[in-house]
Design a protein around this ligand. Structure first.
Ligand SMILES: Cc1cc2nc3c(=O)[nH]c(=O)nc-3n(C[C@H](O)[C@H](O)[C@H](O)COP(=O)(O)O)c2cc1C
Ligand SMILES: O=C(O)C(=O)c1ccccc1
Length: 360
């Protein structure tokens, strides 16, 4: 008898059993000594929850609206690269599961399915697009126009990658490129009319450039380039949170890239309160890194996040069971968030406040 997969950790074990070991290592791993990878999860375990009792709160409301996008739970799908390494349908499968869960998928610029095809595969899904600013701003603009045209509702600009993180396990495994026939489809040259003449030739794929020359000026250029709300992803320093507000961003997204960029950045949930204080309610604050349980979601929201995102859990769902696997992972998180709030004695995610969390 196959055991039922009851938790995200069960899905990770199932994914590990199915994936090529080099691909599992790529998905699971992080930079350097993986101090940050471990810190993200460990920090949630060190925070305790103090439930309130006898409040007669009933079944809690857990839906939220973020930058005009309504979601059934305060959990987004973080942008992650290369979904076709986990399942042949790749990002299309993820998007269909996201539509069913009524949440938001942040489509990675490094997706292995073009953003137009992701949108077409899941008409009901709310999509945001993640961008690494390319030094060739004309090329960056072409990508932004593709995301707009595909119906993406926000632009998530990742700013923690002035260089690619060094992942030693990828070096040992010799994993440095996608297999034959898989490409970063959002990096095709041109306007995304990627097979205009129907001959199957979609044009050359450019490599993703991670450039240390990217600056606040590029954020200003993007701000003028598009009417989409801009979410800055990868902010960890409170001074940068304040600068981001001066540059007109619509939301901040606290992230250390799941420990895959600079190693030894502290756990995101520990950085969150200072960023929330710096932002002072001016814009929503999102956070990701190490969220594996409904109680983790509740802690992050209590400490001031408007919503959280999950990266690896979605990959584990996809690798273990394709679209159904992702749907199940999202459903489990939804159910766990509702259950945790009920046990906290709260009627709504809006009632979460820092007094519910204790450092133990
Ligand atoms: C396999 C993998 C690929 C990723 N690719 C991207 C990406 O293309 N763009 C990006 O902004 N972040 C990327 N990230 C970072 C995630 O968006 C997110 O910050 C991180 O996974 C959150 O931590 P968690 O995996 O513990 O939930 C990637 C993460 C993983 C694990
Ligand atoms: O692996 C990653 O974390 C990541 O962000 C990325 C970015 C570009 C291409 C492939 C992966």
């Amino acid at each position: 008898m196959t055991a039922v997969l009851a938790t995200i950790r069960d899905f990770e074990a199932a994914a590990r059993a199915r994936l090529d070991p080099a691909h599992y290592d790529y998905f699971a791993g992080g930079a350097g000594d993986e101090v940050t990878v471990k810190a993200n999860e460990a920090a949630f375990a060190r925070l305790g929850l103090l439930p309130r009792v006898l409040r007669g709160a009933g079944t809690p409301q857990i839906g939220v609206t973020l930058l005009g996008s309504r979601m059934a739970m305060p959990v987004l799908v973080a942008p992650t690269a290369f979904h076709r390494l986990a399942d042949p349908e790749g990002e299309k499968a993820t998007a269909r599961a996201v539509a069913a869960a009524e949440t938001i998928m942040i489509v990675s610029m490094a997706a292995t399915v073009a953003v137009e095809d992701v949108a077409a595969a899941a008409p009901g899904a709310t999509l945001w697009f993640q961008l690494y600013v390319q030094p060739d701003m004309a090329f960056t603009e072409a990508i932004v126009r593709r995301a707009e045209k595909a119906g993406c509702a926000a632009l998530v600009v990742t700013v923690d990658s002035p260089a690619r993180g060094r992942r030693d396990q990828d070096v040992r495994n010799g994993f440095d490129d996608l297999p034959e026939g898989m490409h970063c489809e959002n990096l095709r040259d041109g306007d995304g009319d990627h097979d205009a003449d129907g001959d199957g030739d979609r044009g050359p794929v450019r490599p993703i450039v991670m450039s240390p020359a990217i600056s606040w000026e590029h954020v200003d250029l993007l701000r003028r380039m598009t009417r989409l709300p801009i979410v800055l992803k990868g902010v960890t320093h409170p001074a940068d949170a304040r600068l981001a507000l001066d540059h007109g961003v619509s939301a901040l997204y606290v992230s250390n890239h799941g420990g895959r960029q600079l190693d030894t950045v502290p756990a995101t949930v520990d950085l969150l309160p200072e960023i929330v204080a710096a932002v002072g309610g001016a814009v929503p604050v999102l956070v990701d890194g190490g969220i594996r349980r409904g109680t983790d979601v509740v802690k992050a929201l209590a400490l001031g996040a408007s919503a959280v995102a999950v990266g690896r859990p979605v990959i584990w769902g996809l690798a273990a069971g394709g679209e159904c696997g992702v749907a199940r992972v999202l459903e489990m998180l939804r159910d766990e968030v509702e259950h945790a709030l009920t046990l906290c004695g709260l009627a709504s995610v809006r009632d979460l406040e820092p007094g519910l969390v204790r450092r133990c």
